[in-house]
Design a protein around this ligand. Structure first.
Ligand code: COA
Length: 159
């Protein structure tokens, strides 16, 4: 059988439950769990990948402060990993960041290697303004301050 077609787009309110389930299925496996209410109220931040009616991947672009935005909640169902879905989701979030006038993207990740080819490189936490760090995901993480994530960052060129 041929590879089923993957479609990409912005999430709708009706997707919130399935996105929430997907995110929380990776608890302890690289993605911080979230309550349903948080996904629902920030649904406009999410991009999704679908195969047919099934959501197989998601990512959120969260605007932080002072030109910074954060990539959050990137997850691709195990069965569909390695097919370029995660890369495409990051690219979509980056494109929107560019259109919004975001200057710097950050993310906290246990998998910095995955992001390297997308130009997001590991940086010192001290290199990010304190007010941005205070508002970023990391500080609210249930594992903070023992979280093993690396901070990665890249500049967004706004032409
Ligand atoms: C990380 C994740 C989102 C990648 O999604 P994906 O759809 O499998 O990724 P893609 O198919 O677009 O890209 C795969 C590429 O990244 C590479 N890659 C994947 N994980 C990697 C890692 N931990 N380190 C280095 N490279 C990695 C693959 O080798 C592959 O390289 P290639 O394109 O040269 O063959 C997915 O594995 C996932 O959901 N993991 C569990 C949750 C998680 O850790 N989320 C990230 C939180 S920041």
């Amino acid at each position: 059988m041929e590879n089923p077609e993957v479609t990409f787009g912005k999430a709708k309110l009706s997707n919130a439950g399935e996105i929430n389930f997907l995110i929380n299925s990776f608890t302890g496996k690289g993605v911080s769990p979230k309550p349903f209410s948080e996904v629902y109220s920030s649904i406009r931040e999410y991009f999704i990948a679908k195969i047919g009616r099934e959501i197989v991947g998601c990512i959120a672009l969260h605007i932080v402060l002072d030109g910074y935005a954060e990539l959050r909640s990137l997850a691709v169902k195990e069965k569909h990993q390695g097919k370029g879905i995660g890369t495409r989701l990051v690219e979509m979030a980056m494109q929107e960041a560019k259109e919004m006038g975001v200057q710097k993207l950050i993310a906290f990740t246990e998998k910095p290697g995955f992001f390297k080819k997308l130009k997001l490189e590991v940086v010192d936490r001290e290199s990010i303004p304190e007010n941005v760090m205070m508002l970023a995901h990391d500080i609210k993480c249930s594992r903070y301050p023992n979280c093993k994530t690396e901070l990665i960052s890249c500049s967004i060129e706004n032409n």
